[in-house]
Design a protein around this ligand. Sequence first.
Ligand SMILES: Nc1ncnc2c1ncn2[C@@H]1O[C@H](COP(=O)(O)OP(=O)(O)OP(=O)(O)O)[C@@H](O)[C@H]1O
Ligand code: SF4
Ligand SMILES: [Mg+2]
Length: 598
Amino acid sequence: MVLQNAMHALNPVLRIGEQLAECWRLDALGRRESRNRASELLEQVGLGPEIRLRYPHELSGGMRQRVMIAMALALKPDLLILDEPTSALDVSIQAQIMNLLKNLCSEYGVSMLFITHDLALASDLCDRLAVLYAGQVREIGPAEKVLTAPNDPYTQALLNSIPRLRSNTRPTFLSGTPPDPSDPLLGCRFQPRCSVAFEPCQTHEPALVETKAGPSARCWQYQPLPDGVKQEANLSDSGNESESGKSSSVHPNSSRSETLPVADVHHNEDPLVEMKGVSFYYWVRRGFLGNAPVKALELVDLNLYRGESVAVVGESGSGKSTLARALLRLGTPVQGRIKFDNQDVTVKTEADLRYFRQRVQAVFQDPYASLSPYQQVYNLVEEPLVVQGVKSVKERQRRVKTALEKVKLEPTSEFAKLYPHVLSGGQRQRVSIARGMVLEPQLLVADEPVSMIDASSRAEILYLLRELQEDSDLTLLTITHDLASARYFADRIVVLYLGRVVEIGPASRVIDSPMHPYTRGLLAAVPEPDPANRHKMRSVIDGEPANALTVPSGCPFHVRCPEAIPGICDVTFPTKSNHGEGHDVACHLYPGEGGGKN
Ligand SMILES: Nc1ncnc2c1ncn2[C@@H]1O[C@H](COP(=O)(O)OP(=O)(O)OP(=O)(O)O)[C@@H](O)[C@H]1O
Ligand code: SF4
Ligand SMILES: [Mg+2]
């Protein structure tokens, strides 16, 4: 079995070779044989034999996950169970691991049970798909059928909620939460969230049945109703006839498939935020050498205009969160200047930043860790008002109510009384957003706001942020790993690599006509729920990002770039060239005068 978090699954005090040797301890192999076997296994998963001598903390996340796979293969299993093996990895490393798994499947004939919340990943690897909901299989069948002609309303809703990189259809979201497992529900377990439910769904539980066309499904639309049960249906009249004579292609929430409007942003006006030549370093101890800088952000120029939504993308360690820290003034840049509303906030003391702290708010990645479990929702949302010295209780009550209404936690009086542990991940993130919105900020910085919540709630939170941005004339800076989502909620996309902005432009330009080889690599690695991709090797960016402690010379991407020009890319950092409509790229393949306005 391969588990999700290799760092927790590996023993931190044993070298990799020793951990691998534990797998064949009962075989009583000699040292040399054990060493050879470990090297062979590591080679099988694309790692060199020298890895045997390293400790887990000396490996990157992708390498650790490969070691876990090597350990799982040690006893030549017939079945490999993979529980979210890539969800803690970057999209490029994820693509490398997926290619490795496809290879193991085809070369060694290992059967795999791949557990994932990501239908796109499943479609890349799996021959058959089983969709689970509230402890039951809802639908099972050939991957192609489940992905292209799903029967079950839950599968349909799940597929509709996935943002697609190469489609203009807006993802829709599934409202509500799964039922409480301790509270047995009468009837179909999906019924409270199903927009095509009809009377029998509330009282009788459907069985998982074979359907005439395609996968088996657990839905009354595909089986005869029990004797004496009313036939009236609350179904749309479009779609195919199914076993029970009901329409089968009704997609919950399917009316919401329009593309998102583009925000009316005035790039010729003064920007709300102006970052000019901003560098931000962390200092770490390096043994006898004293302290060394981790150059997390280097000479970043970025303007944010009023009312626009900007997404920052890049692999892990590229400096996304540091950009957010710099913007929030949680630390002082080593050089450069940040202006907010035409005031230089880099030089201000904490006491002078009061106005800035009200106008700029943040939403963090983990709604489980960022909310105190001991406070009710009302107090959590009220806290920023207390900190900012809003004295009137009535005023605070009014503003908390408005914030809860804005994030659609209604009825507000009921939600206000709840503690975070009874809320779903999506609802907790709404509370975090309400905390951010209660001071009516001009800029909201959201660092990976949906990466820790359930797949079906992600679109819901992204919509909410986008709606708030449009309705409240808010400027939104969202940090994300997910390029497909960025297409829908961002007006512009900024691509960071090792602390440098390598490409920036309108979202549609960056996604549909990427220029920088790194952006192209990132986009190629994004999985799509398309059965045509099954078993095909994805083109991936080789290697892993260098450490920000030792940034390569010249273009920092040159060590991984398939198009690097020897003698140029490894020597000089490319200047930024402008390609119209605010699309700038820093790469020697596009020489230019540099200095486009962003
Ligand atoms: N407190 C710190 N001390 C030392 N180095 C740090 C610190 N925080 C971040 N770094 C380093 O700075 C670089 C940028 O980190 P940052 O957290 O901004 O990346 P990121 O793009 O947000 O990554 P992720 O997607 O994993 O969140 C990385 O090399 C990281 O190891
Ligand atoms: S500057 Fe050179 S190494 Fe860097 S991305 Fe462009 S082609 Fe590749
Ligand atoms: Mg981060």
